[in-house]
Design a protein around this ligand. Sequence first.
Ligand code: NAD
Length: 259
Amino acid sequence: MTSAGSRLRDKRCIVTGAAGGIGRAIVFAYANQGAHVVAMDLPEPLEAATWPSDRIAPIAQDLADREMIERTMAEARSTLRGVDVFVACGALKWGTGNFLDLTNRDWDRYIDINLTGTFLTCRAAARAMVAEDICGSIITIGSVNSFMSEPNAAAYVSAKGGVAMLTRGMAVDLGPHGIRCNMIAPGPIDVPNAPSIYEQPKLASEIRREVALQKAGVPEDVACAAVFLAEDGSKYVTGSTITVDGGLSAMIFGGTRDG
Ligand code: NAD
């Protein structure tokens, strides 16, 4: 966890996927750095989570529901009286099976929630920033799967690849308004609300072999990058990707060659 400070003092931030492993770490890191945060997620996980700071206001949202997105983004904006930072973190994770068996329904769900949900929330945040002349920061959470695939993940990687190009497209169009748009691409991150990577021996040994740092990351590793992209120190950074993957994407054939 980032130590308490004032790097984001009084910044007004919205985070989707806020009850999840990485989203929650971002919400806490932002509040810890002096920001006011609206935490958005599906009603059930949002209610089950605890928000131990009066700087954090939960608002329920379903990224598959277009009308609800418009309504809840407006509610978040009015709760915070504006928006300086928006983080699109909410998503469904992998698990759609082999491409040959990929159903229309799964394809639609992953594109709707992970890509269209990101587009609609980012557009609402961008419009709010432009309307109030705020040189804000929009941060998408992509993945190393925005650039590289793996078995049984065609719908997930297609949506995450779309998020990478959406982020660049936004950066180009919103640059003249002084709004920065960047993506964080996490690699394997051990999140507390899912079975630990280290309880899965095959995955744990793949990570030791394929990741340069030979271990999985923790949600706070992603949150640190999200703090940097939200603060004024990154004021000349836009259209970029920060990869937080322990060096996974820096090598091929990890550990399988000698010398
Ligand atoms: P997570 O499952 O813990 O969090 C995702 C959150 O999104 C959940 O709280 C979930 O309720 C929410 N969500 C799902 N469907 C939704 C919907 N229809 N409407 C609103 N919210 C919805 O996962 P995480 O590991 O914390 O992942 C967070 C982000 O990081 C995701 O975008 C994921 O793709 C990305 N990512 C994670 C990893 C990893 O190893 N954990 C690696 C690369 C990228």
